[in-house]
Write a protein that binds this ligand. Sequence first.
Ligand code: ATP
Ligand code: FE
Length: 339
Amino acid sequence: LIIIGIESTCDDTAVSIINNREVLSNVIIRQKIHKKYGGVVPELASRFHDKNLYLAVNQAIFLSRIDKYEIDAVSFSLGPGLIGSLLVGASFAKSFSIGLKIPLLTVNHVQAHILVHFIQNANINNSFPKFPFLCLMISGGHTQIIKVNDFFKMEIIGSTLDDSVGDAFDKIARMLGIYYPGGPLLDRFSKSGYSKKFNFSKPNVNELDFSFSGFKSHIFQFIKKKLKKDSFFIKNNLADLCASVQRTISEILLEKIHKATIKTGIFRIVLAGGVSANNEIRRNFILFAKRNKKWEIFIPKKKYSIDNGAMIAITGLFKYKKNFFDSINVTPYTKFQKF
Ligand code: ATP
Ligand code: FE
């Protein structure tokens, strides 16, 4: 089965073609325009998807060395995401499906971040996780612990009560004067920093839920106080600040997942979403799994942590096999709905 996956939920235009679980091409066109605004401008994002999508599709077909008539189905992200961006992807996918007379498959972007682990060699383990597993879904829009029983049997057992962890990375980066894309840059600056230099208090949230809004304010107040005494505080401590924030966030995530393993008796952990590209989080989880023999940890290769077309294609493939086809009347949604 040859499936084309189209991803346009936010600012990056991503298209991939897979043949069963093997990736034939994985194209991503990034939108640099948002850099000068310090964050994604939705209107501009839609316009650039419109400009870039057919280029990405053509390139994906070219790199796959297939003819477009060999494609068996088209899969695309129906949501959650920015409505304008989603509509561009949806219109393209629908037209493609009508033009080539092939079935249409719609995908939940969050579910796709998880199912990318079923692409051949998508994670650093180079193996597929067995069911059931616990997924730590950490991205720009979501922070959840999901009990995954099967491909389409997923249950959220913990969730953020306010902001996502990706948002915390991005906003704290901004406080430190590092702009878009905040998370990856904060990661990079941390490399030369001492992560135990500053200690920040962690949010106190019940059970398996998360909260990052108070944590963000805590860091903001901390920096403000320091700047009053020393206006060069950030400049002189940037790497240490980044490393300390990153360590704290990584500890918050690890503590919660640890709790979830005990609660569920499931010790197979799968990381998913853009924030799982973070070096400290990856290192911390790998280290913990080394010390706890019960743990089995799956981490996506970085190109499959961030948004990509392959995750949309593979989720479409599993839907195809279950005959979960969609009609041309489907409409995108912006907020997370159930799996
Ligand atoms: P969602 O998947 O929830 O709909 P999204 O698609 O916008 O949201 P992703 O692309 O999965 O989110 O992830 C983007 C987020 O990941 C951003 O907040 C970004 O800062 C963060 N991120 C990416 N790389 C890193 C990194 N190395 N360290 C920390 N954060 C990172
Ligand atoms: Fe995403």
